[in-house]
Each structure stands twice: as C-alpha cells, then as structure tokens.
Design a binder for this molecule. Structure first.
Ligand SMILES: Nc1nc2c(ncn2[C@@H]2O[C@H](COP(=O)(O)OP(=O)(O)OP(=O)(O)O)[C@@H](O)[C@H]2O)c(=O)[nH]1
Ligand SMILES: [Mg+2]
Length: 281
C-alpha cells in the first residue's frame, strides 16, 4: 500500500507541533472502537486481527443488543483477554450514538492516546493500523480514504459507489471540508481531538456522523491527514444502509455549511479553547 506520507494533509492553525517519530507511535496506547449490530460472523476474527497488530491496542465493542448474539460471543472473548471490552446497549440506538458512547467511554474510562474507529465487517482491514499510526505522528486525525488514489473500493455495486462518491463531492462543495473521503468510518483520532468536540451537539447517525466529527476537527484547527485504504464490501452479514441515512446526510451537510459560513474557524466552542490552551502549555 502507498506510504502514509503521501496522503493529503489539511494543515491548520490550531494544531500543536509534535516531534513524535512514526516508529514511536506504536508505543502509544490505542483503543479501537468497533460498533456492532449482528456481526457475530466476523467479530471474533476481526478482534484477533486487531490485537495481532504490532501496536499497544485494546478493543471496545459497542453492541446494540444484536439479535444474533454478537455480544455473547464478545463477552466470552473479553472474559479471556483483558484487552477486549464490551459495551452493551439496550437496543439498536444507531451508529452515531454508539460512537458517541464509545468516545465518551474512551475519554472517561481509559488513558488511550489514540482512538481508532473501524467497522466490524472487514471492510476496514486492521492490517492498515500501522499506516494510521505512522501518519498520526504528524496529524491529529487520520482518515482512511477510499478516494485518495483514484477509487479504492472493491465489490460495491455501482449505485452505492456513485452515492458515496457524490456525497463526498457534495460535502466538500457545501462545507468546504478539505478531505476526499468525509463519509468513511476508518479513522484514528488523537485524544485531544475528541476532548475538544462538544458531543452534546452531535446527533447525526449514519454517514453524516462521520462528516460531523471530521468537520469539527477541521474547524477546531486540528491537523487532518488522509491515507489511502482499500475498502472491501462486506462478505457476510446484512447491510444497514437505508434511505433515512442518506436524507440525514443531505440535511446535516447544509447545517455544517452554514456553520462554516457564520462561525470563525479555530474556536468553535469553549471546550476547544480549553484544549488549545492545553496544547500551547
Ligand atoms: N452499535 C451499533 N452498531 C451499528 C449500528 N448500525 C450499524 N452498526 C455497525 O456499524 C458498522 C458500519 O455499519 P455497516 O452496516 O457496515 O454500514 P456500511 O458499511 O455503510 O454498509 P454495509 O457494509 O453495506 O452494511 C458495522 O460494524 C455495523 O455492525 C447500530 O445501530 N448500532
Ligand atoms: Mg459495512
């Protein structure tokens, strides 16, 4: 795969300089968030592959009462390996809220310096974690991008690819967010980025949730870097993609577009100011 340093780099004013070498990043504690709904068929192999990476990683599975018993399986795995944690929620409360719960947990209950997010269906290959870590040596948010080196998506129906690609063009156009893939779900945040986001203000769920978190990181002046990833369509399990997710994204992008127009960049909220002061000190 292409070296991470070839990715796009959205440099920003509020970012703090960092002298970490790419190699030293694998010494930092990382927590990988994996939201699940009916992913019993893939979750065990996925967790094994994540934990086999040469990095200090733990995994948090956020399961929404999957009827297929995903949580039972993860609970059994967690009983044997302290690096595996499980958050069980009462029912299908949505992907965005699962991530918010996971991010809040990462900040409140762990001292992870890097927080990854990844789908459970192997569309995101854990083998790319090393490239994320290398890129994180000079970025606050690393995004696995499907549209950086042409289109690196395998097995998606043309209709789905067209929808995803146009959603990204639309997002850039309306919000000005300078990334090629704002809707993807394979990312690595430095803890400071998550600390600076006001989670009470984020309510979206599907692709728009991914857009919103990247948008707030960008507006907060954090450094964003995209690296190319190969995205492979799920081989097992059932898609949760639906029309509501698309409609939500159309609406949210306009809301963010207005925010981009009327609010000054670098200081979107008081939480961010606190984080910037901490960085400066
Ligand atoms: N906890 C939780 N996880 C969810 C929910 N909806 C989806 N997920 C998980 O979020 C990740 C991404 O969802 P996917 O269904 O793969 O979404 P997608 O990649 O856009 O579409 P497909 O791969 O076609 O299904 C997967 O790990 C899902 O199991 C939810 O409501 N709650
Ligand atoms: Mg998927």
């Amino acid at each position: 795969m292409t070296p991470a340093t070839e990715g796009t780099d959205s440099r920003a004013s509020g970012a703090s300089p960092d002298l970490a070498s790419p190699a030293s990043m694998s010494d930092r504690k990382g927590l990988v968030l994996v939201p699940t709904y009916n992913e019993r068929e893939s979750i065990e192999a996925l967790i094994a592959k994540i934990l086999a990476q040469p990095a200090r990683l733990e995994v948090l599975v956020i399961d929404d009462g999957s009827p297929d018993g995903t949580a039972d399986l993860v609970r059994a795995l967690a009983a044997k390996d302290p690096r595996i944690r499980l958050m069980e929620r009462a029912g299908k409360l949505g992907l965005g809220s699962a991530y918010v719960a996971g991010f809040r947990y990462a900040l409140a209950e762990t001292d992870a310096e890097l927080i990854f997010q990844m789908d459970a269906d192997f569309s995101h290959d854990p083998a790319a974690i090393g490239e994320f870590l290398a890129a994180a040596s000079e970025a606050d948010l690393v995004i696995g991008s499907r549209y950086l080196k042409g289109v690196t998506v395998v097995n998606w129906p043309l209709k789905r690819l067209f929808l995803s690609y146009s959603a990204n063009v639309y997002t850039r156009w309306i919000t000005g967010l300078p990334v090629k893939d704002a809707t993807g779900g394979y990312k690595c945040f430095r803890r400071e980025v998550l600390e600076a986001i006001d989670w009470d203000r984020i309510h979206s769920d599907g692709y728009s949730f991914q857009i919103e978190t990247t948008f707030h990181a960008w507006r907060g002046g954090f450094r964003i870097r995209e690296i190319p990833i190969l995205f492979v369509d799920r081989r097992v399990g059932i898609s949760k993609m639906n029309r509501r997710i698309v409609c939500e994204a159309i609406f949210v992008v306009w809301r963010l577009g207005f925010q981009a127009m009327f609010r000054r960049r670098g200081r979107p909220d008081s939480a961010l100011e606190t984080a910037s002061r901490k960085d400066a000190g």
